[in-house]
Design a protein around this ligand. Structure first.
Ligand code: UDP
Ligand code: MG
Length: 215
């Protein structure tokens, strides 16, 4: 429902956070730099996925300073899928954008994804043209998985693992997320009959903290 009255914002960012204390301050700065000039009424929904570092303290401080900040806090680490799910349930935006908390998805690309939705798509996926992750442990396995999944599901995307995505809010109600299903968001979207586009986005190497995933 486009004009659902419970959706009081233009845009919600949903950001799962697991031990990202060193990356959060710069991320928030970059979000403001990217979105304040757009005039969009946006909020940042952070989901602290049981961090054991100072992430929650940083989020709590942000929450107190800024009424555009929403914080969900998990008692323990549940994983990124649960993070997206909890974030979606809090999101008040007619458009919802997901991204990583570690700064690998530059917030400067967000307006481009939102603009592509306006071309008439339900979901826009980021495509990391220059993915900055390890070749052997991450990029090669991911390419093999991508081909297998594309062949078995018929959903062809250049990049199915990029966290940076934009959704019309109504799409989220039809995504049944559990386990590690965030890896199959494009398939869930496609199965539910929504239209999808892909736009090139930039990708940076992690500057701080460590990746939570291996091969
Ligand atoms: N993350 C999370 N819970 C987890 C693992 C990761 O919330 O159990 C978050 C993490 O903080 C980051 C995003 O999900 O914001 C992607 O994780 P990561 O950067 O480790 O993955 P990679 O970029 O290496 O694929
Ligand atoms: Mg990362």
């Amino acid at each position: 429902m486009e004009n659902d009255e419970t959706l009081s914002r233009d845009l919600s960012l949903v950001i799962p956070v697991y031990n990202e204390e060193e990356s959060l301050p710069k991320l928030v700065e970059e979000i403001h730099a990217a979105l304040d000039p757009t005039g969009l009424d946006y909020e940042m929904v952070f989901v602290d996925d049981g961090s054991r570092d100072g992430s929650f303290a940083i989020l709590e401080k942000l929450y107190k300073e800024d009424n555009r900040v929403v914080v969900v806090s998990f008692r323990r680490n549940f994983g990124q899928t649960a993070g997206f799910k909890a974030g979606f349930s809090q999101a008040k935006g007619r458009v919802v954008v997901t991204l990583d908390a570690d700064g690998q998805n530059p917030p400067a690309d967000i307006p481009k994804l939102v603009a592509k939705l306006d071309d008439g798509y339900d979901v826009v996926n980021g495509w990391r043209e220059n993915r900055q992750d390890g070749l052997l442990l991450r990029k090669v396995p991911s390419k093999i998985a991508n081909n297998l999944i594309a062949r078995s599901t018929g959903v062809r995307l250049r990049d199915r693992g990029c966290s940076l995505r934009a959704f019309r809010h109504y799409v989220l109600d039809d995504l049944k997320l559990y386990g590690e299903m965030h890896r199959f968001i494009p398939e869930l979207v496609n199965n539910a009959g929504f239209t999808m586009a892909e736009v090139p986005v930039s990708h940076r190497a992690r500057e701080a903290g460590t990746s939570k995933y291996g091969i």
